[in-house]
Structures are given as C-alpha cells and as structure tokens.
Write a protein that binds this ligand. Structure first.
Ligand code: ASP
Ligand code: MG
Length: 474
C-alpha cells in the first residue's frame, strides 16, 4: 500500500476472521505483516478468531447450559483440527510445532472444562460466556504469531486482557481509556522496541480484577481502535474480505463498487444501519484522536480500499454515495385520539424500553401528536408490545390510547449522501425513484443526521428499491 508518510508512524492492522481462517488467507495476512513491518517498524497487529470459531464456541456454551455437551465436544475436535492444520503448514521447527500444539490443546481442554461446569450448573452467566467466546482469539494469536515468526519476522503474541481494562459489563464492555493507555504503553512499547510485531487478541479485555470481558460481537475492530488510541498510533488498517466500504451489498447488487473516500459520519450511519464493514464503536476513538482509518481487502491488497476522513469533499454534496438495508423489522404504531401528553407518554415508553434492554433505531411521530411508530426487530416485537402495554396501562384504560398495531415485515433503507440539509437534491431523487417504481414508503426519518435518509419500505420491495436507488450512484 502506498501513501507512506514516515517510518516513525505507528500502524495498527486488524485482520478479520476470514483473513486468518484458512491456510491461503493466513498466508496472505502473514505476507502483509512482513511487508508492512519493513516499511513501518512500529507495527501492531490485532486479530479476530478464525472464521466461524466464535459462533461455535458460543453455541457450545449455550448447548452445555441446556445439558447437551455434544456440541462442545464437536467444537473441541473441529477447532483442534483447524488450528493444528495451520500449525502443520506454517511451523517447521519441531520444538515450536510441539509446544504450540500443546498450547492449543491446553486452551481447548480448559474450554471443555468450562462447558462441563456450565452443564452441571445448568446456567450460562454473561461472565462465563465471555471466558468461552474470547477463546477463539486466544487460539488465533498464537498461531498467527508463530506463522509470522516462521516467515522470518520476529513476533510475539499478547492477550489483550493485559492491555484493555474494561468495566464489568460482560459481553459489551467499555474500556477505561486512562488505564488502557498506560497498559498499552507498558506492554507494547518494549515489544516494538525489541523490533518485534505484537500480535494482539481482538474482541477481549479484562476487568480491573482480571476477569475476561468482551467488547460485543464483531468487536475486534473496536479493539484495534482502542489499542491505536492507547499507543498514540497514526493509522488503523482494517483487513477484511471485501474491498473497503461498498456502495451497497454486493450480494444483492453485483455492480456494487468500493467507495474510495468516506467520512466517519457517513460510515457510522452505514455501520449502524446494517452495512457490516466496521464495528460501530470502532469509529469514534479514531475520530477523536485524529487517527486515520482504512479498510482494505486481504485478498486484494493492491486495491486501495476505502479511506475514512473527517470531512467530505464539498463537490460530493448532493450525490448519492451508498444505500444499505437493515432487515427484519415490523412497525409498531401507537395511536389515540387524545394522546396529549406526548412527552409524558414518550418518557414512560423509553423508561420501559431501557429497563428491558430494548434498543430501537428510530422513532417517528406524527405532528398532531396523535400517533407515533417505531421499527422493532421482528424477534423483539412480542417483548416490545408487552412493555408498551405495561408502560401505558393507565392511558389504555382511560381510552387515551386506542390501538397498538404491528405491521407486516419491513426493512430500513439508509441512503447516504453528504450535506443533505444544505443540498436536498438526493432526497428529491430518491422520492422520484420510489414513485417511478411503485414502491410504497411506509415511514421515513430524516434530519437527525446530515448524511443519511432512512426509508422504511415493505420487505418485499427492498431489493427493488435498492437496485433502483443504486443506479443513481455515479
Ligand atoms: N470473533 C469475534 C466475533 O466473531 C470478534 C470479531 O470477529 O471481531 O464476534
Ligand atoms: Mg468475526
């Protein structure tokens, strides 16, 4: 990758699960690490678990809690085999080969023990789940680091329970940045000083007392940002299996293209509304610390990918840049002819949602304040209805609220276009497209962000709408 500034620059590279999940992909990752290290002596690598591992680990623990240990046994077998195979391919030195295989076996043996304990207890605590689900990364760093060493580039693995100190919100932990920064400097700087590449586990952290936590699914991107801030790095490069951020999902529209430059705001909106390019939380630490981010393809490193910047080129205003969809919602509409105290009603509803751990992407209100609707993930509709009925019990009893209706399945389309408020051309275009294609707009939300317009359409219209809107992207 060109565009080198100075060899003093510190780079954090993160590899996703598919980038380390097979011999071929790990070979590309190793080559990228070796090449980059030559140009940037201060290189830190963060890796995810090999593809599929985290899902398997979690499923094993869930099944164990239900009394079924067979999944855990199968997982031990599969993960042993996949990691051992990688070790066979990458590590020649017989002592290292043996030592590494024994380490893998030990970790998976501990995992077996944990699953047995979970089965006996018949209960899976969030804390136990973090200990289980972070194992994939702990396996991966050992193998990747050995492979980098075997390629002649000195490397050492680091478990990020040493680096990322978090709160005690298991499965969705937040770092304490002051503590984390001190740890990153203490642990990583000497490794870099010795000329080695630290290979760090993504996804995991630890509480002050040392209990393993995780940062939420897909959290390795976030780990990379946290470590970058902790070290005062200059850039974060996310290596994945697509070439940067695409104009839409290439599985739906084969003509989808890479967007060369995107603002942090734009990519945040896309990540929030379903584009699986980056963990949504990974962006802010980089924005706040002036760290550049790039998203590149492990399998096509020659392609530039997407660079994320603070401000977009004013020449891009009014252009549609991307369209994404977040699927499987239903609209829940609450209405009543005398729903006056809308503020009071809203506050009751939101209190109910937050007590029940329900998050919703948006709220759409009518101006007469007589109804409002919220898109709710299909699998949460029952729970949401229950919360609404409890929170609004007195309004329903008095007849102030007449109905709580649930729609057919809908999807949320998000159209990305910068400077929407100044230049609403894109909005006009999108509406014209919907009309031309006979697509019914169920609801919409616009205004909270200057770079995105959210449209709610019936699920059966989603592909057609995306296809038509995507045609407008120049
Ligand atoms: N392995 C973790 C997951 O699958 C973290 C990540 O891949 O970023 O969620
Ligand atoms: Mg992953």
């Amino acid at each position: 990758m060109e565009n080198v500034q100075s060899p003093q620059h510190t780079i954090v590279m993160k590899f996703g699960g598919t980038s380390v999940g097979s011999y071929e992909s790990m070979k590309s990752a190793v080559q990228l690490i070796v090449d980059t290290k030559q140009r940037y002596p201060n290189l830190v690598v963060v890796t995810s678990a090999i593809s599929g591992a985290t899902n398997r680990l979690i499923q094993s623990a869930v099944d164990a809690a239900n009394g079924d240990i067979a999944t855990a046994e199968k997982t031990v077998h599969e993960l042993t085999e996949r990691h051992h195979k990688l070790i066979d391919k990458f590590v020649d030195d017989p002592n290292q080969w043996l030592e590494l295989k024994m380490q893998i076996n030990r970790l998976l043996n501990d995992f077996s023990g944990l699953c047995n304990a979970i089965r006996i207890l018949g209960e899976l605590s969030p804390r136990a789940l973090d200990a289980v689900s972070s194992l994939g990364e702990r396996l991966a760093v050992r193998v990747l680091s050995a492979a980098v060493n075997a390629a002649g580039c000195p490397s050492t693995y680091v478990e990020s329970s040493q680096l990322i100190i978090t709160d005690e919100v298991f499965q969705n932990a937040l770092p304490n940045m002051a503590r984390t920064e001190a740890r990153c400097k203490k642990v990583l700087v000497p490794i870099l000083g010795a000329g080695k590449v630290p290979i760090v586990t993504g996804f995991m952290g630890a509480t002050e007392a040392g209990a393993i936590t995780t940062l939420g699914r897909g959290g390795s991107d976030y780990s990379a940002s946290i470590v970058a801030v902790g070290l005062g790095a200059d850039e974060v490069w996310i290596w994945t299996d697509v070439t940067g951020v695409m104009t839409t999902d290439p599985r739906i529209i084969p003509e989808a293209r890479t967007i060369p430059i995107l603002s942090f705001n734009e990519v945040s909106e896309m990540a929030f509304y379903g584009a699986k390019v980056l963990h949504p939380r990974s962006i802010r630490p980089c924005v706040e610390n002036g760290i550049r981010m790039r998203i590149c393809n492990t399998f096509h490193p020659e392609l530039v990918g997407t660079i994320l910047v603070n401000d977009v080129d004013p020449a891009d205003e009014g252009k549609i840049k991307a369209v994404t969809s977040s699927n499987d919602y239903q609209l829940v509409t609450v209405s009543g002819s005398s729903m006056d105290g809308v503020m009071e009603i809203s506050s009751k509803i939101f209190a109910g949602f937050s007590q029940n751990g329900i998050t919703i992407p948006m709220v759409i209100e009518s101006s007469s304040e007589q109804s409002f609707c919220i898109p709710v993930p299909v699998k949460e509709v029952g729970k949401v209805r229950g919360v609404l009925e409890t929170a609004l019990e007195s309004e329903i009893r008095r007849g102030d609220i007449q109905s709580i209706e649930v729609s057919d399945p809908v999807d949320i389309l998000t159209v990305i276009s910068s400077g929407l408020k100044k230049n609403p051309t894109a909005i006009a275009k999108v509406f014209a497209i919907l009309v031309e294609n006979g697509i019914r707009l169920r609801a919409m939300s616009y205004g909270a962000s200057d770079v995105s317009l959210n449209l709610i359409v019936n699920s059966q219209d989603t592909k057609k709408a995306i296809r038509a809107i995507h045609k407008q992207i120049s």
